[in-house]
Design a binder for this molecule. Structure first.
Ligand SMILES: C[S@@+](CC[C@H](N)C(=O)[O-])C[C@H]1O[C@@H](n2cnc3c(N)ncnc32)[C@H](O)[C@@H]1O
Length: 421
């Protein structure tokens, strides 16, 4: 087939007669044959990467997309269908021929768009309201085969069935279903444990059977409960988790829910991050702790020599008054809104560099889509064994500060004072 960008349509102009309509239907069938033929062939040649069905027009409440992957179940290939609903995901595996038949029945009927990724091309079939199809071929997004995925029956996510804390925190209703307005929170919880899990396996902690975790500014504890549940009940690792929170009523609430859940190594303490003595922390978490409270938490994590430090900063106020934009940037940063965004980026870049100077490998990334929450930047640090890169990090940090006329970032001050500088 032609792998150059290519688009073929059926029914771009409205059919003017019965004959035209029939020709359009026939052309759409040809496109669907070609599309499903490519799925089948790519599975046979192991060139299949994934298939996404979108623009759902069926009758299943809340269903948005289906994602199809190839998985190995007991040494045989199956097609794994992930049904993504507004508030939950449902997996179903099918033998390949059955899965192919199902895909064919869904495209152009319940789903008006299907996007196929194979190693030689990306193909998209799109239907208009009259169910006339266009087939679009583009160069491939993926040129490496995906790793062989295995059966998803093993628990990977936070379970809804019988989940005491999600019910007590108001995420689920009395039937154990995620409440309409809590869909984003539930998605954020799952994304967070997935992120922590990814960091854990790539850290020096991988393989440890006992962990100590501190969550600074734990709030209502959504993510603290989830991280406890995930390590202890999904990964089977004995993890003690402490939430630190300034608001006493939240601490009481969370301790009550921990008791009800039978989470005997989860406790919440009333206190301020800056005053809290972290005796031991393999993983230090600070999610959405306001302004310099994030710096206090990062500082505590560095000093405790935590192997993993995870922060999702919020409201970056400290640096903003210090920024003196140089030259041409003045015309950009004279707008308060843009200055605010720039201050966020500079603050988080300086935090990442300070972590690097302190012996961490860092990543700054979007951990949950902006669609679900605007507070979605995550800084993750994984402790390295040596101090390689520290000098370079300091040089970059000084350059950045000089460029923007910054005197001192708050975490930098905490670290300098602790080092007696
Ligand atoms: C926006 S909430 C985030 C809660 C939770 N980490 C999350 O992401 O869902 C921030 C919480 O941090 C607490 N907090 C802010 N500054 C703090 C400090 N210096 N010490 C202790 N708690 C603090 C607030 O009381 C609030 O409950």
């Amino acid at each position: 087939m032609n792998r150059r960008p290519n688009e073929r349509g059926a029914g771009k102009s409205p059919p003017s007669s019965n004959g035209d309509a029939q020709a359009s239907i026939a052309m759409s069938e040809t496109h669907l044959d070609e599309f499903t033929g490519e799925i089948e062939q790519s599975i046979a040649t192991r060139a299949f990467v994934k298939l996404t069905l979108g623009k759902y027009r069926g009758h299943e409440p809340g269903l948005k997309n289906i994602y199809v992957r190839l998985v190995e179940v007991k040494k045989t290939s199956q097609l794994s269908f992930l049904y993504r609903y507004q508030t939950r995901d449902v997996f179903k595996n099918h033998p390949v021929p059955e899965g192919l038949a199902l895909i064919r029945s869904l495209i152009g009927a319940d789903f008006l768009s299907a996007h196929l990724f194979i190693l030689t091309a990306d193909l998209r079939i799109e239907y208009n309201k009259k169910r006339a199809a266009r087939l679009i071929t583009r160069p491939p997004t993926f040129t490496e085969p995906p790793p062989v995925a295995h059966d998803q029956k093993k628990r990977r996510h936070i379970e809804l069935d019988g989940n005491v804390y999600l019910r007590a925190l108001g995420v689920t209703n009395e039937h154990g279903e995620v409440r309409e307005r809590m869909g984003d929170k539930f998605r954020q919880i799952n994304k967070f444990v997935e992120t922590v899990s990814g960091l854990f396996v790539s850290s020096p902690l991988a393989g440890k059977r006992e962990l100590s975790i501190v969550d600074m500014g734990s709030g209502k504890g959504y993510l603290t409960f989830a991280v406890y549940d995930f390590f202890n009940n999904v990964l089977g690792i004995s993890a003690g988790v402490t939430g630190v929170e300034a608001r006493e009523e939240l601490v009481h609430l969370c301790n009550d829910i921990a008791r009800q859940s039978g989470f005997d190594r989860l406790s919440f303490r009333t206190g301020h991050i800056e005053d809290f003595e972290v005796e031991e922390a393999d993983i230090l978490i600070a999610l959405h702790a306001c302004d310099t409270a994030t710096d206090d938490a990062l500082f505590k994590g560095i000093k405790a020599r935590a192997a993993i430090i995870i922060a999702a900063p919020c409201c970056h106020k400290q640096l903003r008054p210090q920024i003196k934009p140089p030259g041409v940037l003045r015309s950009v940063l004279r707008h308060g809104h843009l200055l605010e965004r720039e201050a966020e980026m500079i603050t988080d870049s300086l935090r990442a560099l300070l972590l690097e100077e302190s012996g961490y490998k860092t990543k700054v990334f979007e951990f949950v889509s902006t669609e679900h929450t605007p507070k979605n930047t995550m800084i993750a640090g994984i402790k390295k064994s040596g101090s390689a890169g520290a000098v370079d990090a300091r040089r970059q940090l000084e350059e950045l500060k000089r460029f923007f006329g910054i005197e001192e970032q708050y975490l930098e001050r905490l670290l300098s004072v602790a080092d007696g500088k």
